[in-house]
Design a protein around this ligand. Sequence first.
Ligand SMILES: NC(=O)c1ccc[n+]([C@@H]2O[C@H](COP(=O)([O-])OP(=O)(O)OC[C@H]3O[C@@H](n4cnc5c(N)ncnc54)[C@H](OP(=O)(O)O)[C@@H]3O)[C@@H](O)[C@H]2O)c1
Length: 350
Amino acid sequence: MARISNTRIIRAKGVGKGEDFSEENFKTETVEFDSTLKDGEILVRNLYISLDPFIRLGFEGQDPKTSPYLNQTVAAVGISEVIDSKDLAFPVSSIVLGLRIGWEQYTLLKDSNALFVLPYDPKKGDLNKLPLMEYSNALGIQGLTSFAAVKATIGSFKKDQVVFISSAAGPVGGFFALYAKHQGAFVIGSAGSDDKVQYLLNDLHLDAAFNYKTQDMRTELQRLAPSGRLDVYVDTVGGETLDIAMEHLKDKSHILVIGNMAEANSKTPYVPKNWKMVISKSLTLHGFTAFHHFDKFPQLWEEIGPLIESGKWKSQKNTVEEGLESAPKTFVDYLRGKYHGKVMIKVSDL
Ligand SMILES: NC(=O)c1ccc[n+]([C@@H]2O[C@H](COP(=O)([O-])OP(=O)(O)OC[C@H]3O[C@@H](n4cnc5c(N)ncnc54)[C@H](OP(=O)(O)O)[C@@H]3O)[C@@H](O)[C@H]2O)c1
């Protein structure tokens, strides 16, 4: 029986909806576990963990006395190396993208559900010649979300279509923006700081961008969209932004419903005011979750990997903070909107 010492970060305290989140919600501990595997189990050493909005949900509305989530390792998406395996499809040394790993050095996975071998040869490196961390951004779940959402709903953006994307400086919104630009659309993005707006204009080369915290969204959409009208709205936030976007959508246009960050930070659910426009403008709403589209990972890697490698696709900003111990503070800052692009924690070298 082999025992492994594992440093991990657990959910120490729940948080109410709309309540502020702090480092006190987390606790770091070191525990030992038996690493002898049963059939189908896989043991991974975690290299990068991704910071994502859903992590907060695991802390929300939990009754401290009965919650099954508190005192558990914080769940995460990440990139790991297989170090022991009882599943032939996941051999030792393969590099994997895992959607059920955690904020810890090692994760023992009971099965291979939501685990994907990356096109990365441990001897030769990445077959797309890209840094491994791209698989936590454009070639990871963020890229898959945007890539598969377009394929599964509108098929593609069309040349000269006017596309508005909220939270465009984040990894999901940023991928949508690059994808729409790549396909010839006119792209407008919104973000929560002037720095982020500069990133959208100067680094991602969007056609137009505005700061939704300091500028009036109605005025900006009217001013920035040619003829003040939109063909597609990519909604990552919900709330009032969705209402205002509806006012600017053309008849028979599309809304891709991807996330609702505005609701995540608010105590009371937002009641849409412009719902009747879905009827009067014949709008099509496409709800989407990446969890129904994992089969599109190989297509994402094949189509977008070479574009990034050749420089035809702009790499979004990657911020990598060092060490598991940096995760709680980085995550609190991330939720407060400090970062743009993708934020990851490097747990260990390959
Ligand atoms: N459907 C799916 O399968 C799927 C998969 C992955 C992610 N998502 C969703 O897609 C969205 C973007 O994901 P991501 O990973 O790229 O996250 P992200 O953009 O990195 O999320 C953090 C950012 O959200 C913005 N934000 C925070 N609170 C906000 C609020 N109250 N109103 C508006 N914006 C707020 C902040 O940017 P600003 O400073 O610019 O406001 C912050 O930097 C999220 O809603 C996420 O849940 C959906």
